[in-house]
Design a protein around this ligand. Structure first.
Ligand SMILES: C[S@@+](CC[C@H](N)C(=O)[O-])C[C@H]1O[C@@H](n2cnc3c(N)ncnc32)[C@H](O)[C@@H]1O
Length: 398
């Protein structure tokens, strides 16, 4: 019997919408190569790190300390000294840079067309509100987040959507399709959680903090078509592209607003449901408590807050935490390492929630069955990168 083909879905299977970039033959071939290279690095090259650890790094550490490493911090210099780790790590970093180069070049080639398509959908629409005077926080301007040139907020032309278009056209290559055809697996996972755990929830006003280009906002807007969804971000290119995308897909109950979520314009108790997706690891030690206090202030009595994030390191063996921490050290995610050592229930309590109203949970990925192939990346177990996510949240007594 012929063996079923395995591997990430081809770029041409990614969901299209009204502002999605077009690809030339070579750009598509590069993305397909990159998606397969990523799978190869993670499934064929990556496991050798465990061998390097067990055969060389651990014995050396034990010889010097008479015990196993207790933390990723003390393990790091030993692992970084090993040639195998260095090879895997530099391959992974090069892959990240190549993914950005391909996406950025593809988008800049057609920037005028993309901006015009977005402008046609955005112009005069009250559901898009930008604030050119908004100061982007230093924790976002200080680095090119995950090697993305100019990060989320940089504008190189008028009405620029390039940062968002680059994010959108390449994300399937970094995830191997595990986020689904429209990269909305996180939002769909939150929808599934709400259906299972809060079936009576009927929010009239929903807030998505740090919405980016709205991938994960759209499933909530579809679940609650009667609700008004406020999607906030500091990055104008994300909001322009996000609004145009949602509108081109017929989703018109989301208002995309450029605002810093640390201090929003909305009155106390304004929202029945507040969500974040992959947001906290791109904030800062100082911003995080302010953001949680803002969630507490904005939440209506009887309301619910849900946050979908990467998993914390609590109870994780030093080796696994070191692997998980790769992005903090080599992929421009400076707050990642601090966040994953924090206890978010403690943080929510400090922000004003009662301990009994706070919880941790798991969000299980929901994507089209025919989309992601069995690529060997094991999405179900790759906790935090597509198959399932760590979650935390809080409620306010009615
Ligand atoms: C990793 S992206 C996640 C985007 C989106 N939630 C998703 O799931 O695709 C994080 C986003 O948070 C935004 N962000 C970070 N800090 C913010 C703040 N204080 N106020 C508003 N947006 C913020 C960034 O601009 C970025 O678009």
């Amino acid at each position: 019997m012929a063996k079923e083909m395995v591997g990430p879905p081809p770029w041409t299977d990614v969901g299209r919408h009204g502002v999605f970039p077009d690809g030339t033959h070579d750009e598509i071939a590069r993305f397909n190569f990159l998606a397969s290279l990523n799978v190869h690095i993670q499934t064929k090259v990556f496991p050798g790190n465990r061998l390097a650890y067990e055969k060389r790094v651990l014995p050396r550490f034990q010889a010097e300390h008479g015990r196993e490493p207790q933390t990723r911090h003390e393990l790091r210099p030993y692992m970084e000294d090993d040639g195998y780790w260095q090879t895997w790590s530099s391959l992974r970093r090069s892959y990240m840079e190549m993914r950005q180069e391909n996406g950025r070049a593809m988008v800049l080639r057609q920037i005028d067309e993309l901006n015009a398509k977005a402008r046609a959908l955005n112009e005069g629409d009250p559901n898009l509100e930008l604030d050119p005077d908004l100061e982007v926080p230093r924790y976002l301007t200080g680095v090119d987040t995950h090697c993305m040139p100019g990060s989320y907020y940089t504008e190189v032309t008028d009405d620029d959507v390039s940062a968002a278009a680059n994010y959108d056209c390449g994300i399937f290559a970094t995830t191997g399709g595990l986020l689904g055809r429209y990269n909305d697996g996180g939002g769909r996972a939150m929808v599934a959680w709400i259906r299972a755990n809060a079936p009576d929830l009927r929010p009239t006003r929903i807030l998505d903090m740090g919405c980016g280009l709205g991938h994960n906002t759209v499933p909530l807007a579809k679940l609650f078509p009667e609700a008004e969804i406020i999607a906030l971000d500091v990055a104008a290119p994300m909001l322009r592209y996000g609004h145009a995308t949602a509108k081109s897909m017929g989703v018109t109950n989301i208002r995309f607003i450029q605002e810093n979520c640390e201090r929003t314009r909305f009155p106390d108790g304004h929202f029945d449901l507040i969500v974040t997706a992959q947001f906290w690891h791109e904030t800062s030690r100082k911003a995080l408590p302010a953001l949680l206090r803002e969630i507490h202030r904005l939440m209506a009595p009887g309301g619910l807050h849900l946050s979908l994030e990467q998993p914390h390191y609590r109870g994780m063996p030093a080796y696994d935490a070191l692997i998980r921490d790769w992005d903090a050290h080599y992929n421009n995610e400076p707050f990642w390492t601090t966040l994953h050592d924090m206890n978010m229930v403690d943080e929510m309590v400090k922000a004003g929630f009662r301990p009994e109203d706070c919880f941790e949970t798991t969000f299980v990925g929901q994507i089209e069955r025919d989309f992601a192939k069995d690529d060997g990346m094991d999405g179900g177990k790759d906790f935090g990168r597509g198959g399932q996510w760590y979650g935390f949240g809080s409620r306010k007594a009615a």
